[in-house]
Ligand binder design. Structure first.
Ligand code: 9MJ
Length: 671
């Protein structure tokens, strides 16, 4: 048993090291849950032994020191952090203290999701954005004005009535999960830095000295309070935020004002249910006393306001031990290493497997079997191993066993191959590999494809293992006797399966194309192909050039489609499927709606304020179609610097060409 002094010394060293890595180089060494637990323990020890509290104890700091690379800005009013409530009783205790200090019986609270990002302060002078800073240590932060100006949802100028001559808005900068996954997928492909989680990606993006790098990151701002201001604002927190929204400043759409602490708990439960479906990470709920006059009376303790508290959700990142690695073979033959973990509770679910993505990721993480690793689970995304806990010397003392990537397909023994520029290593066995065949059938039968009810993973395994399925076409040759002979398949279940298979014959061309499982042809691409070519024969006959004329189809996808179409085995299976009676109604084109309906755009060259993909998806959201190559049907071309042949072709066809700033005007006018 260490003495309190020894334990305090040990916790102090750890927390300082973890804090420096987290705040100064955006690289957490341990999950937040471990950090929070150590901080709580240190606070408790210092409370019991005040004489042992050092003036520079980690409990006395809000964050880390600003980096010297950015100018330092002193906050005119300190930016505080929030006290945490880890349980319902912590929250009830918070409420009791508020009631006692204010001597009132009922309190109105404003409830907000606690966004997991980077806290910033943004100053508007006469409505113009003049300064933005990180929280830093709460007293001073870094000048990140140039970077914040690149964030699309941050207004550079406020609009509306009664805008204060000086207004400091505080809030959180985050990256939505989908943007984060895309960023990391690209980084993995290009061998660049992969971020551990959206918050670190947001912090890393804001720390760029070159703001054109920041501009390419999918950052978003959400305001949650006002700092220093001139003039007058409403008397409550929620009304103040609504006024900010009227001036064009984004606030949370999930904010809700309630009376009493029970209603706060109800809000917590509601948000906990929604948490996985939200497009961004939240790590809890913030409750704020809504009356600003009451806030003022409550005041502050050293680090945090007495009028607010953060009720934490179960952690999205936790540490556990890597017990082993299995290698799964997907429908395209890609071999995915899957970590077997000591079961652990992550964001409300017990997790015992997590993806390690590919061989490069294993090398990047330098992970070995026996290591303590950080597992992250957020939303629908498959749990991932994001880092190895290197710090905890006592936890990583066991034997480390290297992860050995197989040299042959673990399912069929065929050779493995890696195509140039690809992260995945694939089995070359095709559908001759039972694992690939199972994946192909699973995809074919899935809800968004042929939607064959009752054909689950276990049954597919049985059908393939027993030799009843050697291709998806065999599904339509299944007989009641054949299926009925399988383990645990009664007469009724066999009949139901055959009925579902028969019903699946009626489909649509786009679902059928999607069901074929052509590499990188997802639902949206399948829909574009069906709308563009109108018939299956036309898709299969199309040249690579003709395919590239389709929205979302670039050279790589076009080549995948062509490779599929010319494969004799695929043609045999397609003939068999059509002979089995698969059919669809003629394709009709939706007129589409939105202000840009009927227009076809091509975006080319380098954009600064957003990526090309983002520009295209914003155009599509307004009803436009987007295409990757210029044709007579193209109605507008957006050309950034470096646009080459597409610009020339547009010029030769006399199609209007605009630059990025004109595009922004179009988008802002219609969005
Ligand atoms: C977050 N992180 O979403 C506050 N926060 O208020 C919200 N943080 C906060 N409020 C005062 N919604 C200090 C921090």
């Amino acid at each position: 048993m260490p003495s309190p002094a020894e334990e305090i010394a040990d916790l102090t060293v750890r927390l300082k090291r973890w804090g420096a890595a987290y705040f100064e180089i955006d690289t957490p060494l341990v999950p937040d849950a471990d950090y929070d637990a150590a901080m709580m323990r240190l606070r408790a020890l210092e409370a019991d032994h005040p004489e042992l509290q050092a003036p520079d104890s980690p409990t006395q700091r809000v964050g880390g020191a600003p980096l010297s690379a950015f100018e330092t800005i002193a906050h005119r009013m300190p930016m505080l952090s929030l006290d945490n409530a880890f349980s319902e009783s912590d929250l009830i205790e918070f409420h009791r203290r508020v009631v006692e200090r204010l001597s009132v019986s009922e309190i109105t609270y404003c409830c907000e999701p606690k966004l997991d990002g980077v806290a910033v302060s943004i100053v508007y002078e006469s409505g113009l954005l003049t300064q933005a800073a990180t929280r830093g240590d709460g007293v001073s932060g870094e000048d990140i004005t140039a970077n914040v100006k690149t964030i699309r949802n941050v207004p550079l100028m406020l609009s509306g009535d009664d805008i204060p001559s000086y207004l400091e808005v505080r809030g959180e900068i985050t990256i939505p999960r989908s943007g984060f996954e895309q960023m990391n997928a690209r980084a993995r492909l290009l061998g660049q830095k992969v971020f551990v989680n959206p918050r670190n990606a947001a912090a890393g993006s804001l720390r760029q000295l070159d703001s054109s790098v920041t501009a390419k990151r999918p950052l978003e701002f959400t305001a949650y309070s006002v700092g220093v201001f001139d003039g007058s604002l409403p008397a409550s927190h929620d009304a103040t935020l609504r006024v900010l929204a009227e001036w064009g400043i984004p606030i949370s759409e999930h904010m809700q004002t309630v009376v009493g602490i029970e209603a706060c708990e109800v809000y917590y439960e509601q948000m906990a249910v929604q948490r996985d479906a939200l497009p961004f990470d939240i790590d809890g709920i913030v409750y704020k006393v809504n009356s600003l006059e009451q806030q003022e009376r409550l005041g502050f303790i050293s680090r945090a306001p007495r009028w607010a508290v953060a009720r934490k959700f179960p952690a999205q990142e936790v540490s556990t031990r890597l017990l082993g690695v299995d290698f799964q073979v997907g429908r395209t033959g890609a071999i995915t290493p899957v970590a077997r973990l000591e079961p652990v509770f992550v964001a409300g679910v017990t997790v015992s497997n997590a993806t390690l993505h590919n061989i490069d990721e294993i090398q990047r993480l330098s992970v070995a079997i026996g290591d303590v690793v950080v597992v992250r689970r957020a939303g629908d995304v498959i749990p991932q191993i994001v880092s190895v806990v290197r710090d905890d010397t006592e936890t990583n003392v066991g034997v480390r066993e290297p992860i050995i990537f197989p040299s042959q397909c673990p399912a069929c023994g065929a050779a493995l191959a890696r195509e140039a520029g690809e992260a995945a290593i694939r089995c070359v066995g095709g559908v001759g590999c039972q694992a690939q065949l199972k994946g192909v059938v699973r995809h074919f039968a899935s809800r968004k494809a042929m939607n064959i009810d009752g054909l689950g993973d276990k049954l597919i395994d049985q059908l393939v293992d027993e030799g009843l399925l050697t291709s998806v076409a065999d599904l339509f040759r299944l007989t009641k006797d054949g299926v009925g002979a399988l383990d645990r398949m009664g007469e009724k279940s066999s009949e139901n399966l055959l009925l579902s298979v028969a019903a699946a014959r009626e489909t649509t061309l786009s679902k059928f194309i999607y069901a074929l499982g052509i590499r990188e042809v997802g639902e949206a691409t399948a829909r574009s192909l069906s709308e563009h070519f109108m018939t299956l024969d036309a898709v299969l006959a199309a040249s690579v050039e003709a395919l590239e004329d389709v929205d979302d189809v670039g050279p790589v996808v076009a080549q995948h489609i062509r490779t599929f179409a010319v494969d004799e085995r695929n043609r045999v299976i397609l003939d068999e499927l059509l002979a089995a009676g698969i059919n669809w109604p003629d394709v009709t084109l939706d007129a589409g709606d939105g202000p840009l309906a009927g227009t076809i755009w091509v975006v080319t060259g380098k954009l600064v304020a957003m990526s090309r993909e983002e520009a295209e998806s914003r155009l599509r959201a307004l009803g436009a179609k987007t295409a990757s190559s210029v044709s007579k049907k193209t109605t507008s071309v957006v050309a950034g610097p470096g646009a080459g042949s597409k610009r020339k072709r547009a010029e030769s066809l006399a199609i209007p060409i605009i630059d990025e700033s004109a595009l922004l005007v179009v988008l802002e006018r219609h969005e």
